[in-house]
Design a protein around this ligand. Structure first.
Ligand code: AMP
Length: 417
C-alpha cells in the first residue's frame, strides 16, 4: 500500500531514497548546475526532521563500470551543505552494510553511483561486438538474475523506500522501480515526484478547458506518440518547430529546404484527420522566419509557411504565427508546452520560442494553469526569468514525454501498485 511522506512516521527508521543527482560537472568535478540537488532537498530534510536517517542513492552519467570520473564523491560536500548535515559516503553501494548499521536518526549516507553496477539498469555490459543472438540472450538473462540480489541488498539497508527521482521514473531500473516490492507497506513518493505527478494530472486528467498543447522540436518521429495521445485529449494543438514542416508538406505546402520527414507524412495526415473528427483545432505555423544556413550569420526572410522559396529553410515561427498562437494560449484554461518552435540554440532564431515563454507567463498571470517541460522550453522559460511565472516547470525530459504519451511510468506504477 502506498504511503505519503507527510503522514509517514519516520522516527527511528532508515529511509532509502532514490534521487536524481545526475548533475553536470566541469573538468574540475565542480557542479555547474545544482538544480537537481536542490529539487530533492525538501524530501531529504523531511525524513531527517521527523527523526529518520537517510540512505541516499542516485546515478551519475553513463559509466560502463566503476569509473572515478562518474563518482558521486564529487558532490558529497555540496549535498552536505544543502542538506545542512554532514553526509557520509559509501564508496561501493553493495558494501555499505556497516555504515548503514551505524546510521543514527538525523544522519545521512550517500551511496556510490548505482550505475557502477550493470544490475542497476539490468543491461549486460562488455559484450563483444560480434556476439551472437544466443550470447546476447544469455548475458541478458545473467544480469537479470544477478539483479535480483542487487535489489534485495539495497532493500536490506532500509525500513522504507522513497522515490523522488522523476528524471528516471520512465525506467524500470533496480532503484527506480524493482526495489519497491520489498516495501509493500512502506513505499512512497518524495515531494518532487508528488509535484510532477500532480502537474501531469492537472493537464491529462483534471484539466480546465480549453486545454491547449504546444508541441515543438525537431522531428515528428520523436514525438509521434505524444501527438497521437494529445490529439485525443486537447481542444487546441499548436504544432511548431521543425516537426511542423512535415505537416505543412503533407497538406501540399511548399517548404523549401525545411526539415521534414517524408515517411511520416501519412502519420501527420492521420493526426490531422483525428483532430478533425474530434473537433480539435490544430494550429500549424502560417508564417516562418527562414534562413539559408544553420548559423547566426544566415540571412533571413519572412515567408508564408506553405510557400517557402526553394533555397530557404524554415528556422523559426514568424510574427503572424505567434500572434495567432498567442490568442489561443491566452484564451486557454490549461496549457502544456514541450519543445521549441524554432532553432532555439541560435539566438537569431530563438525569438519565437522566447515569445511562447512570454505568452505562458502572461496566461499564468490571468489564471491559466501552465506546465512546461523539455530541455529547450525549460531553458527558454529560465532565460526569460519566468520560472516562477508559470505554474510548473518539469524536471524530467524523457519521463515527462512518456507521461504525456499516456504511458504509466514504471517508477510511478511501482509505488502505486
Ligand atoms: P526536440 O529535442 O525534439 O525537443 O527538438 C529540439 C530541437 O529542435 C532543437 O535542437 C532545435 O534546434 C530543433 N528545431 C526546432 N525548430 C527547428 C527548425 N525549424 N528546423 C530545424 N530544427 C529545429
Amino acid at each position: 500500500m502506498q504511503q505519503f511522506i507527510d503522514k509517514y512516521d519516520f522516527a527511528g527508521k532508515k529511509a532509502i531514497v532514490r534521487v536524481d543527482f545526475n548533475v553536470p560537472l566541469n573538468e574540475k568535478f565542480e557542479i555547474t548546475d545544482d538544480t537537481r540537488i536542490r529539487a530533492a532537498i525538501p524530501t531529504l530534510k523531511k525524513v531527517l526532521e521527523k527523526g529518520g536517517s537517510l540512505i541516499i542513492m542516485s546515478h551519475l552519467g553513463r559509466p560502463k563500470g566503476v569509473d572515478a570520473k562518474f563518482s558521486l564523491k564529487h558532490i558529497v560536500a555540496h549535498v552536505s551543505e544543502k542538506l545542512g548535515v554532514p553526509v557520509q559516503f559509501a564508496d561501493d553501494c553493495m558494501k555499505a552494510d556497516a555504515q548503514v548499521a551505524a546510521l543514527k536518526p538525523g544522519e545521512a549516507l550517500l551511496l556510490e553511483n548505482l550505475r557502477f553496477y550493470a544490475e542497476e539498469e539490468g543491461k549486460p555490459r562488455g559484450l563483444a561486438e560480434d556476439a551472437s543472438d544466443e550470447e546476447k540472450k544469455a548475458a541478458k538473462a545473467a544480469v537479470k538474475e544477478s539483479q535480483k540480489e542487487f535489489v534485495k541488498h539495497l532493500a536490506s539497508y532500509a525500513d522504507c523506500y522513497i522515490n523522488d527521482a522523476f528524471g528516471t521514473a520512465h525506467r524500470a531500473h533496480a532503484s527506480t522501480a524493482l526495489i519497491a516490492k520489498y516495501f509493500p507497506n512502506d513505499k512512497m513518493f518524495g515531494y518532487l515526484m508528488e509535484g510532477e505527478i500532480k502537474a501531469i494530472d492537472n493537464v491529462l486528467k483534471n484539466a480546465g478547458h480549453p486545454l491547449t498543447a504546444i508541441i515543438g522540436g525537431s522531428k515528428v518521429s520523436s514525438k509521434l506518440a505524444v501527438l497521437q495521445n494529445l490529439v485525443t485529449k486537447v481542444d487546441n494543438l499548436i504544432i511548431g518547430g521543425g516537426m511542423g514542416y512535415t505537416f505543412i508538406k503533407a497538406r501540399g505546402g511548399k517548404i523549401g529546404k525545411s526539415l521534414h520527414e517524408d515517411e511520416l507524412m501519412p502519420e501527420a495526415l492521420s493526426i490531422l484527420k483525428t483532430a478533425e473528427e474530434k473537433g480539435v483545432k490544430v494550429y500549424l505555423s502560417t508564417e516562418t522566419l527562414c534562413g539559408t544556413e544553420f548559423s547566426n550569420d544566415s540571412p533571413t526572410l519572412l515567408a508564408p509557411t506553405n510557400d517557402i522559396p526553394d533555397e530557404w529553410e524554415g528556422m523559426d515561427a514568424g510574427p503572424a504565427s505567434l500572434e495567432t498562437w498567442k490568442k489561443v494560449i491566452l484564451s486557454s484554461k490549461t496549457v502544456l508546452w514541450n519543445g521549441p518552435v524554432g532553432v532555439f540554440e541560435l539566438p537569431k532564431f530563438a525569438g519565437g520560442t522566447l515569445k511562447i515563454a512570454e505568452f505562458l507567463a502572461e496566461a499564468t498571470k490571468n489564471g491559466t494553469y501552465t506546465l512546461v517541460g523539455g530541455g529547450d522550453s525549460v531553458a527558454a522559460v529560465t532565460q526569460m526569468g519566468y520560472s516562477d511565472k508559470v505554474s510548473y516547470v518539469s524536471t524530467g525530459g524523457g519521463a515527462m514525454l512518456e507521461a504525456i504519451e499516456g504511458k504509466e511510468l514504471p517508477g510511478i506504477a511501482a509505488i502505486r501498485e
